[in-house]
Write a protein that binds this ligand. Structure first.
Ligand code: GLN
Length: 491
């Protein structure tokens, strides 16, 4: 290919086609992106790169392509991983000082599955510490900037993933979503992202935050690309993740191109209450009108416990985190304090030095709500409401096929804009938490721009295991519109 400067403008599907027809080699492609991610290093998206490893993978992909592996949908396509997936060939930090310089002896299942498909890894992407956050400001390694406006947050916790895709430093990236961390940064950066049904993707090798909520998924520029990647990421992993569903891997691209005629889109009235900023409301409403033009019908529904999802999530997620993070004790992994008097002192100093403020806050909250005397009042109560939230969705899905609404109440806020107020971050998760608590698949697609020409995302939620339907709804919208093609200036 002569015009290699535009390689980064190709979608995953286009790039894979160019690689298959040998118009461009995997090595050329990898080199192009390695140069490009360095050129835009000030975005702060990457935490680790390793040219030698990347180019070796690219050479292997070229050899496979030369041998005629013509049907490989992702062979030679480069992508990068959120630094929450452990990788043998790259450092894994989970955005924490606790794991600075840590090298895993194995690859996460999601990483290994993509590698088996011939995906070339470009490196590791910045994220909030242990995936706790909504603005990427909790990373121990500096904030990622939003490519649409460098004074704004890219969202979180998969902020590096979303920013890298938006800035075309990578054709696609992996992310994880516990309470919105794929959907919200995708929305803030104007890219497409999907979180599958809980259990679809293996959690093996994902540094654990809240195990009953954590799910992996792709961020890319289109629903079609997400379909390609998600197909490779999902599938049972019974020996390594006991919560992985016994549902065979699916080719989600086969679900694309179904008409939306007669599709019932449920609009939860609670997602359009007073907290929703007018610019976001306007873009979301316009997108819903576009869906009507495509033959869909809008139906009002109710998710009456939407507001409760915030306290419920911020009890359950910290509870699980406090347990998961007990493994970081200075003995088994990562950081260990240099000077200490005895074992207890070593634990204390190691954890005091290794964890950032938000992680400590959650460990304390989690320990508190699980403690004797408070367990019934907080944790058990939250679990009960969690079940009700899941039941509310089942009621709603009697009336509609897919649910649509905003991803977040506002566009990306200014870095530091929430000051030292963690509650401001928590409240902004209101629209993503319900689907997370219910374990439902959800996605975000770009549907326009709001204040300051910042992207607005539309959230789409389907019932369990209906990722194919979800991706099709998004794909049909993207065929009729071009919001997903818009690109930030200077990239
Ligand atoms: N913002 C939410 C939190 O801070 C969600 C994070 C996530 O999905 N990983 O917990």
């Amino acid at each position: 290919m002569n015009n290699s400067s535009s390689l980064h403008d190709l979608t995953v599907a286009q790039l894979a086609a160019q690689l298959r027809t040998r118009k461009v080699s995997a090595v050329e492609t990898a080199q192009h992106f390695l140069a490009r991610l360095r050129q835009h290093a000030t975005l702060g998206a990457f935490l680790d790169v390793n040219d030698e490893v990347t180019l070796a993978q690219a050479r292997a992909a070229d050899a496979a392509l030369a041998a005629g592996a013509a049907d490989a949908a992702l062979l030679g396509v480069p992508m990068a991983h959120k630094d929450i997936f452990v990788t043998r060939d790259f450092v894994t930090t989970a955005g924490s000082r606790m794991l600075a310089g840590y090298r895993s002896p194995f690859d996460a299942t999601v990483v290994a599955r993509l590698a088996q498909q011939g995906v070339v890894t470009l490196g590791k992407l910045n994220c909030d510490e242990f995936a706790m956050g909504s603005a990427n400001e909790n990373s121990a390694f500096g904030n990622v900037k939003n490519p649409w406006d460098s004074s704004r947050t890219p969202g979180g916790s998969s902020g590096g993933s979303a920013a890298a895709v938006a800035a075309r430093l990578v054709p696609a990236a992996s992310g994880t979503d516990t309470g919105g961390s794929i959907r919200q940064p995708a929305s803030f950066c104007g890219v497409t992202g999907i979180k599958p049904t809980y259990g679809r993707a293996s959690r093996y090798g994902m540094v654990a935050f809240a195990s009953s909520l954590d799910q992996a998924g792709p961020l890319a520029r289109s629903a079609e690309d997400c379909a390609l990647l998600l197909s490779a990421m999902c599938g049972p992993d019974p020996d390594r993740d006991s919560t992985s569903l016994d549902v065979a891997a699916e080719d989600f691209t086969r679900s694309l191109n179904n008409s939306l005629e007669g599709l019932r889109i449920g609009i939860p009235k609670e997602f359009f209450s007073e907290g929703l900023a007018p610019d976001v409301r306007a873009a979301v409403t316009a997108a819903l009108q576009e869906f009507e033009k495509l033959g869909a019908k809008l139906v009002e529904i109710t998710l009456p416990r939407t507001e409760l999802s915030i306290p419920v999530y911020y009890v359950i997620a910290p509870a699980e985190a406090s347990s998961n993070l007990s493994r970081f004790d200075g003995v088994k992994f990562g950081h260990r304090a240099e000077k200490y008097a005895d074992l207890t002192d070593m634990y204390k100093k190691t954890r005091a030095e290794g964890f950032g403020d938000e992680v400590k806050r959650r460990i304390m909250i989690g320990t508190y709500v699980l403690s004797h005397g408070y367990y019934d009042a907080y944790y058990l109560q939250a679990q009960k409401i969690r079940r009700m939230i899941a039941d509310d969705f089942q009621q709603a899905f009697q009336l509609c096929d897919v649910i649509a609404g905003p991803v977040a109440p506002t566009v990306a806020w200014k870095l530091g804009g929430h000051g030292n107020d963690p509650l401001a971050d928590y409240l902004a998760d209101i629209y993503t938490l319900p689907a997370s608590l219910a374990g439902l698949p959800g996605m975000s697609i770009p549907v326009g721009f709001g204040e300051g020409h910042l992207p607005v995302g539309l959230q789409l939620i389907c019932n369990y295991l209906q990722e194919g339907k979800l991706l099709n709804v998004a794909h049909r919208f993207q065929q009729a519109t071009d919001w997903h093609v818009a690109k930030p200036e200077g990239f």
